[in-house]
Design a protein around this ligand. Structure first.
Ligand code: ZN
Length: 243
């Protein structure tokens, strides 16, 4: 059977979105999973999401929220909403789960594919890639032809040819040979590109095709869980607008 990868990340403890995404993966015939990190943070089901992602037994890189929750990170410099959710999440997880998160690598490579949460120019610094310049500095550190990431919660494809970086706006794209690709798979649990639907990416190595998937899920339920947990109202509101 030909391999079909599902690349997913920025799940952010949103179980309602994650379940819809995984059902779609099964329907699409996914054979392998890759995770670009940020399993926890923002939403109300960190334990449930972590359990599911761990059961996939797949390569995972650490996201900044996974890192802050599982390290002794001082939260004084964080905005109060972010700090409140990190504190709350720490209390939801077991020692074993916190250890699991703290042991995740910043970068990993599988079958010639690199995974990083933010960028390769400083994986531990969690910088954002929103423009060509930032993509260019990432590419100087990308060794494999293909690298998947997340962090901005905005699906995006950057291509590196000799001497130039291009942004490619496509939902379906066949990766030509001889170029490098840096692909943001979007966010399962808190999309920020103005489209509130859950996002992930399919990659078929044989045909070299990538395909973004966007899926409706029960946003009302995810919002109700945030409110029931006493997490900041803003986190519930932003889910409905995808920002
Ligand atoms: Zn994130």
């Amino acid at each position: 059977m030909d391999k079909l990868f599902a690349v997913l990340g920025d799940i952010h403890a949103n179980i309602d979105a994650l379940e819809v995404v995984l059902a779609d993966c099964q329907a699409q015939g996914v054979t392998d999973y890759l995770c670009t990190g940020d399993i926890v943070g923002y939403n109300a089901c960190p334990h449930e999401c972590l359990e599911i992602i761990r059961s996939l037994n797949c390569p995972i890189v650490v996201g900044n929220h996974d890192h802050y929750v599982s390290s002794q990170q001082n939260l004084e410099d964080f905005n109060p909403h972010a700090a409140a959710v990190i504190e709350w999440t720490r209390q939801q997880l077991s020692e074993d789960e916190l250890t699991f998160l703290s042991n995740l690598p910043f970068v990993t490579t599988k079958m010639g594919i690199t995974l990083v949460h933010a960028t390769m120019d400083n994986p531990e610094g969690f910088g954002y890639v929103f423009d060509h310049l930032q993509a260019e500095s990432h590419f100087t550190h990308q060794v494999t032809p293909l690298c998947f990431h997340g962090h901005t919660h905005c699906p995006m494809i950057y291509e590196k040819q000799i001497g130039a970086v291009y942004r490619i706006d496509a939902q379906d794209f066949k990766l030509p040979i001889g170029r490098k690709y840096f692909i943001n798979v979007g966010s399962v649990g808190q999309p920020r590109d103005g489209d509130p639907r859950a996002s992930y990416l399919l990659y078929e190595p044989k045909s070299r095709k990538v395909r973004f998937r966007r899926l409706d899920y029960d946003i009302g339920m995810a919002q109700a869980r945030i409110r029931a947990a006493g997490l900041p109202e803003r986190l519930a509101e932003r889910l409905a607008v995808g920002q």
